[in-house]
Design a protein around this ligand. Structure first.
Ligand SMILES: Nc1ncnc2c1ncn2[C@@H]1O[C@H](COP(=O)(O)OP(=O)(O)O)[C@@H](O)[C@H]1O
Ligand SMILES: [Mg+2]
Length: 258
């Protein structure tokens, strides 16, 4: 088997507030392979964000090893970690985090501005448009976030996360601000990307959202207490087709005859 994208070995993270120690992560070991699609679940305070921040190279563990694509993150200084993050990782957030007065296209171009390798303006535009096409928003490239629905804004954010062709896509409650139908649409985008080989890790509070993933990790008190494949996996395209049929039927029965 090829080298895992992520290898965590006995990761621990202790926060110190004066005399108080908080053991946010208490020894997590985990491999994530290319093509994985993982939901991290667990109660508030269980350590999900700490784990995601570790995976995202935003925070360094107190002890343990984290190999990202075979590179030991602990050996890197701040700027090397920033480069690694930019090259290997894509981030999607609950609140989309788009720049408000900036078009979809320019939002997606942004990570390329910080890429260690310089990218020409023309190539940035080409790659940003290609990423927007992937999430089905190629025609809306010149829209501002305020001119897009929540689901469309999240798809722009996904395009932005994809544009540097990351090894791993990290999403912290990406459907947390979306209604249930829009959530299914966004999960459909993630499922399509995953079928194309993109490795995804997301945090979610909702079991039905997690059921679109392939593997569920449950975190409790800083430990992974469950790590299982998803049973009866949901397929977003099928669920959306069912919703559309139901909507069409509802319309037929509520529209009075002409
Ligand atoms: N920067 C911090 N300083 C001190 N304690 C923290 C900090 N970040 C998180 N914690 C504590 O670590 C534990 C795990 O937090 P977190 O990883 O945010 O959990 P979750 O995302 O599952 O809600 C909690 O007890 C939280 O209060
Ligand atoms: Mg959290």
């Amino acid at each position: 088997m090829s080298t895992p994208v992520v290898q965590l070995r006995d990761i621990r993270k202790t926060y110190r507030n004066g005399d108080l120690e908080v053991h946010a992560v208490r020894g997590i070991s985990l491999d994530i392979h290319t093509g994985d699609f993982i939901a991290i679940m667990g109660a508030s305070g269980s350590g999900k964000s700490t784990l995601m921040n570790t995976l995202g190279c935003l925070d360094r563990p107190t002890s343990g090893d984290y190999l990202l694509d075979g590179v030991n993150v602990a050996d890197l200084d701040r700027s090397a970690r920033a480069d690694l993050r930019n090259q290997k990782l894509g981030f999607v957030f609950q609140g989309f985090n788009l720049l408000a007065r900036t078009s979809a296209l320019e939002n997606v171009e942004l990570p390329m501005l910080y890429a260690p390798r310089r990218v020409s303006g023309e190539e940035m535009k080409r790659r940003a448009l290609a990423a927007l096409e992937i999430v089905g928003l190629g025609k809306r490239f010149d829209h501002l976030p305020s001119q897009l629905s929540g689901g469309q804004q999240q798809r722009v954010a996904i395009a932005r996360a994809l544009v540097n062709e990351p090894r791993l896509l990290l999403a912290d409650e990406p459907t947390g601000n979306l209604d249930s139908k829009t959530s299914v649409e966004v999960m459909g985008v993630f499922q399509r990307l995953n079928e194309q080989g993109i490795t995804i890790v997301m945090v979610t509070h909702e079991l039905d959202v997690a059921s679109y993933c392939k593997r569920i990790l449950v975190v409790r008190d800083g430990l992974v207490v469950r790590d299982e494949p998803v049973q009866n996996r949901m397929i977003a395209a099928e669920e959306l087709a069912k919703l559309h049929t139901a909507e069409a039927q509802a319309k037929l029965t509520t529209t009075p005859a002409a």
